[in-house]
Design a protein around this ligand. Structure first.
Ligand SMILES: Nc1ncnc2c1ncn2[C@@H]1O[C@H](COP(=O)(O)OP(=O)(O)O)[C@@H](O)[C@H]1O
Ligand SMILES: Cc1cn([C@H]2C[C@H](O)[C@@H](COP(=O)(O)OP(=O)(O)O)O2)c(=O)[nH]c1=O
Length: 211
């Protein structure tokens, strides 16, 4: 049996429930005996801290390069080591967020593809979506503000871009779970993702072990 874990990205528009889901899913998977490592991008390392602190003041190519540098460093220092020693690594925002947010910042897809050409694709991409009015309500209630979140119109654009990224990942053979969080309880979301994760792990085991 292989000791390799999985890199699972969780992306989607603001208010979709990424952070809530990562925390709940980490507990859910751990309760089922899996080794789990939850993390986020921008990371809490030196480059990620810089990116997070400046995401509203830096724009375009500068922010794209900073989040990509953070991603390469995050992969070297945390994501690959944890995945390679058997953890299910849950990453709150990853490459799909770049392919949406930096597109919203006006950058061409081919530049973003080239900049991220050597990052690992996720083993499983969870792409969240939701009703844009519900997203706006959740963001308003949370009181968070970011220049990327300019109300319902920008959320609609964001949701459409995430749909495209789902297709982009599928053409690269990344399994994608599209989940609508508008009225799906978090426990149900955890169930669906866990079923997929455990199927992927079981498929790796030698036939003799699967019985
Ligand atoms: N599945 C869900 N159903 C209803 N409300 C949710 C769900 N997931 C998250 N929320 C609520 O939506 C708000 C935004 O969630 P959060 O996890 O911070 O989103 P994100 O990280 O995607 O911006 C929070 O108030 C959270 O409690
Ligand atoms: C991961 C990532 C984050 N960011 C930016 C978006 C956010 O403004 C900022 C911090 O991310 P995050 O903490 O997820 O903020 P929010 O919940 O407000 O969206 O980093 C990018 O621009 N590209 C990326 O690829």
């Amino acid at each position: 049996m292989t000791d390799l874990g999985l890199l699972i990205s969780i992306d989607g528009p603001a208010g979709a429930g990424k952070s809530t889901l990562v925390a709940a899913l980490a507990r859910y998977l751990a309760d089922r005996g899996h080794r789990v490592h939850a993390t986020a991008e921008p990371s809490h390392g030196p480059i990620g801290t810089l990116a997070r602190a400046n995401a509203d003041t830096l724009h375009g190519y500068a922010l794209a390069c900073l989040v990509a540098a953070d991603r390469y460093h995050h992969l070297d220092t945390e994501l690959r080591p944890r995945r390679n020693d058997g953890h299910l690594v849950l990453c709150d925002r990853y490459l799909p967020s770049t392919l949406v947010l930096q597109r919203m910042d006006g950058l061409p897809l081919d530049f973003l593809e080239a900049l991220n050409a050597h990052v690992d694709l996720p083993d499983l991409a969870v792409v969240l979506t939701l009703d844009p009015f519900e997203a706006a309500d959740r963001v308003r209630a949370r009181g968070a503000h970011s220049r990327f979140h300019q109300g319902v119109d920008s959320t609609i654009k964001e949701i459409n871009l995430y749909d495209h990224v789902g297709a982009w990942l599928s053409t690269r053979r990344v399994p994608v779970l599209h989940l609508d969080t508008t009225s799906t309880p978090i426990r149900r979301l955890c169930d669906v993702i866990t079923t997929q994760v455990e199927a992927m792990l079981a498929a790796r085991r030698p036939a003799i072990e699967r019985g």
